[in-house]
Write a protein of this length. Structure first.
Ligand code: NAD
Length: 523
């Protein structure tokens, strides 16, 4: 393989989205849906120590748009198998960490190329397994490609760190080396992009991994692991272990050979992992590093000086895109009293036009929520909302073979309400009235979370104030609160939203590396 050099690569640019209004793109997507449908229901194995193998029992992932349809049958690993996976990753670490960074980066670029070639196919798997609509699936696959392209370049940058000061008579340097075995635990809601980002960052920096995907999205993960192997990653660098997190998570996190855990998911699970990882285990010779990106209760402020139509569009897309199942979803609209009634009226009218149904059908703006448990939990919050606010739109489940819920708006929600504070993770929006801009900022910051937030205003002073005072990891002005782009909006939240890892940013790979200082006396 010719030596890869950062300067020879084209500058990173975000993967363009496919325009599905173009007939040939639409046709390609329809054909991929047919092709992938013919593969639904197949069985997938665990990958440990370079070998595919089975577990004593299995579980199925299903299509949330049609819950009678099985998407994939997967192995239900036991805690013993999970431990074996960590040990296998540990055995291969000395080999993988010596593979030159340029070679690891080249493999990542090859993976990006394969993903690009199979974009429609990966979109189709997400449409079936997690109920993403066409554009949402397309954004997910594009982001996965971006992570591969971006982290490949980042690794090439980190392998030549800036020089340290030279002490007279010495040759001094600092170099970055990998950590060891990383346990990768992604959520189901960005089953390809987040999985790809966390996995490739760990691998390209020279760590070996144990991937434990969400049980709601194991097939997308299995397809990605197959793709990494096809790209040329050596199988023993990647262990693939499926099964309920509650059953095998502890074994992975507590294992003394686990060096770091890269987690994205709920606050409850993230805090548990953080606590367990901190406990010293017999034979463990390091402090485990935990990167935990967790939930959100994201607010959009609509100021008296906002372009209201723009604000309505931004709130609508942020609240109901992918059924509100994004950590960055807008679940609180905080609106200045001067424009409150007009904004609400426009928002209700726009929300009533939203189409809900199977994700496969491109006419639907919203698909299903992920599973029965999520549906029940969201409906429960809707009942709570009926006591805490004024239901002005939606509020019902839609009967059928999928987990469909109407886009729902509660108006006049007070800051003490549960639906103002708790992450619902569904298509439910709380609208709250603010006295003025300062009050709106105070309300927006009244949260244990601090992930994303947006402000709609034309007033420069207010924009500058929001930049100072709105305490979120990702702040947007006059645009939606979702859709962070790799390289452009490094992503990660404050407070209970997590460790602020800033995925897709220039500091991210440092989380998977440790720095070694070397001072050599010149003889
Ligand atoms: P979850 O916490 O239920 O599960 C996340 C992952 O953890 C899954 O793979 C799951 O199997 C695993 N898991 C569950 N119990 C475990 C345990 N005891 N030990 C180890 N692993 C365990 O979250 P989810 O429902 O998959 O995802 C939704 C949540 O993720 C929301 O709270 C959302 O806000 C958050 N999220 C955050 C970000 C971010 O970047 N901050 C991005 C996407 C999603």
């Amino acid at each position: 393989m010719p030596e890869l050099n950062l300067n020879d690569l084209p500058l990173f640019r975000n993967e363009p989205y496919t325009d599905f209004s173009v007939p040939e793109h639409r046709k390609a997507m329809c054909e991929a849906l047919v092709r992938v449908r013919s593969q639904l229901g197949k069985e997938y194995d665990l990958l440990i120590d370079g070998r595919w193998r089975k577990a004593p029992s299995r579980f199925s992932s299903i299509n949330p748009s049609r819950y009678t349809e099985i998407v994939g049958v997967h192995q239900r690993a036991t805690p013993e198998i999970a431990s074996e996976a960590v040990e296998a990753a540990w055995r291969f670490f000395p080999v993988w960490r010596r593979v030159p960074a340029t070679e690891r980066a080249a493999l990542l670029l090859r993976a990006a190329e394969l993903l690009r070639q199979r974009k429609m196919e990966f979109n189709a798997w997400m449409i079936y397994e997690v109920g993403k609509t066409w554009p949402e699936a397309e954004a997910d696959t594009s982001e996965a490609i971006d992570f591969c392209e971006y982290y490949a370049r980042e690794m090439l940058r980190y392998q030549n760190p800036p020089p340290v000061l030279q002490f007279p008579g010495e040759r001094d340097e600092m170099r970055y080396i990998p950590l060891g075995v990383g346990v990768i635990i992604p959520p189901w809601n960005f089953p390809l992009a987040i999985l790809t980002g966390m996995t490739t960052a760990a691998l390209v920096t020279g760590n070996t991994v144990v991937i434990k995907p969400s049980s709601d999205a194991p097939t997308v993960a299995a397809k990605f692991v197959e793709l990494l192997l096809e790209a040329g990653f050596p199988p023993p660098a990647i262990q693939f272990v499926t099964g309920p997190g509650a059953e095998i998570g502890d074994a992975l996190v507590l294992h003394p050979k686990t060096r770091f855990v890269s987690f994205t998911g709920s606050k409850e699970v993230g805090l548990r992992i953080n606590e367990l990882a901190a406990r010293h285990q017999p034979g463990q010779i390091w402090i485990k590093r935990v990167v935990a990106e967790m939930g959100g209760k994201d607010a959009i402020i609509v100021d008296s000086e906002a372009d209201l139509d723009r604000a309505v569009q931004g709130v609508l897309v942020s609240a109901y895109g992918y059924q509100g199942q994004k950590c960055s979803a807008c679940s609180r609209a905080i609106v200045d009293q001067a424009v409150y009634d007009v904004f609400l009226e426009k928002l209700i009218a726009a929300t009533q036009r939203i189409t809900v149904g199977p994700a496969e059908d491109p006419e639907n703006f919203m698909g299903p929520v992920i599973n029965e448990r999520a549906k029940q939990s969201i409906l429960n919050y809707i009942e709570i909302g009926k006591r805490e606010g004024r239901l002005v739109c939606g509020g019902n489940e839609i009967p059928g073979e999928g987990y469909f819920i109407e886009p729902t708006i509660f108006a006049d929600v007070d800051r003490t309400a549960r639906i103002f504070h708790e992450e619902i993770f569904g298509p439910v929006l709380a609208v709250t009235k603010a006295r003025d801009f300062d009050h709106a900022l105070e309300l927006a910051n009244d949260s244990e979370y601090g992930l994303t937030g947006s402000v709609y205003t034309r007033n420069r002073e207010k924009i500058e104030k929001a930049k100072e005072e709105f305490h979120v990891g990702n702040l947007y002005i006059n645009r939606k609160s979702t859709g962070a782009m790799v390289g452009v909006h490094p992503f990660g939240g404050f407070n209970m939203s997590g460790t602020d890892s800033k995925a897709g940013g220039p500091d991210y790979l440092l989380l998977f590396l440790q720095a070694k200082s070397i001072g050599e006396v010149v003889l």
